[in-house]
Design a protein around this ligand. Sequence first.
Ligand SMILES: Cc1cc2nc3c(=O)[nH]c(=O)nc-3n(C[C@H](O)[C@H](O)[C@H](O)COP(=O)(O)OP(=O)(O)OC[C@H]3O[C@@H](n4cnc5c(N)ncnc54)[C@H](O)[C@@H]3O)c2cc1C
Length: 404
Amino acid sequence: MTRLPIPSQGRDSAEAFVSDHLSALVSDVVRGSQRFRGGQSQAEAILDRFDVEGYAAGRNEVYPQPRRASSALSPYIRHGLLSLQRVWDRVEGGPSADVAKFRNELLWQEYARHWYARLGARTSSGTRHRLPPPVADHLEWDRRLACLELSVGELEDDGWLVNQSRMWLASHWAVRSGARWQDGEDYFFRHLLDGSRAANRLGWQWTSGVGAAKSYGFSRWQVEERAPGLCASCDLVHACPIEDWPNEPELLPTEQPVDLRSDRLETLRRGPEEPTLVEAPELVWLTAESLGRDDPALAAHPDLSVVFVFDQPLLARLQLSSKRLVFLVETLAELAESRELELHVGQPVEVLGGRKTAVTFAPVPGFGTRAEQIRPVAVHPWPWLRRPNPGSVLSFSSWLKAHD
Ligand SMILES: Cc1cc2nc3c(=O)[nH]c(=O)nc-3n(C[C@H](O)[C@H](O)[C@H](O)COP(=O)(O)OP(=O)(O)OC[C@H]3O[C@@H](n4cnc5c(N)ncnc54)[C@H](O)[C@@H]3O)c2cc1C
């Protein structure tokens, strides 16, 4: 393990930090997102500017940019800079149809977290169906298509896409081209600043049909509907290879996880309801799930110094695009202005084992395996929007019924 210096604020400094200390852990030449910067103040500014009016009508719009009504809050929600509850409260008083639609999407995020907390690594197989054997692992995007060029460009340069573009790419990959959905999910995960196994796998399972009642077909029709004018700029406007709907892939029966419809072990997967304190902590351990000012452990121990560990074995395996690490470094650099911060690259268990840490529970399997060995002396509750119960996670609607 290596103790790292504290980066100063700013994009250049964050990129230099990743190049100097973390370049072996990323898959590309170091460069931050063209669109997003990390940090609490960025999260606050985007939340402040967000106007929910028009969300219901414009949430699925792709092009031109001013038609889009989505919030672009996901990178900050993903890393716990904004809790779902805070974002939920922020839209109070807006037009009721827009508020309802927006809050419904926040509930999709919460559903994804419950689904993944319950099923963990089993979400890398279809939870409801499987597809016939894939024709390929990887898909080379035909970037002569303006719709693919726009979407792939945003994903790789900005690390973010509106929901509609994610469905287009995922469907093109897994449904029309028959490439392996798990490899597509990995490709998204590498590039997305909001990439989580929870929401990303759920999105891929839903689009490909392996976790839904049917698959989602993508064709020129949606591009004309959601991105008017884009086809006119396409090299293949008169020879469009996605003119027609793709064939519906055969969804084959699969053995569903036994706890998809009800869970007997739920207490292990939702964390404590109140802080558990064995003895007085000496430092706060922050995880990438919860890097915000309002992190419950951080807020409960305002005088303690804070430790963050870049998990070397995990990152070496994931080989993320450097955009994500630049985003995290920008966030940590800002945090270091108000809190004493210790940064390491190595195994979290080696850095933190034997030290008296306070931490916020995180609803992902990786937290459980590390916390078991680190044995924090104080564990703070995860800020659920809906506290998990043993009810169904088979589908969003069955989950919602059980968690209303
Ligand atoms: C194939 C595929 C992969 C996806 N991968 C991810 C991922 O890795 N991480 C991720 O956070 N979302 C993922 N999504 C969901 C969704 O596309 C993004 O959350 C959304 O586009 C983020 O943009 P936004 O913040 O402007 O969303 P808005 O439309 O403004 O919604 C507000 C918030 O609600 C949540 N949300 C919205 N739609 C969804 C949804 N369908 N599922 C879960 N949460 C949602 C997000 O937290 C989002 O920030 C994926 C969807 C698909 C179809």
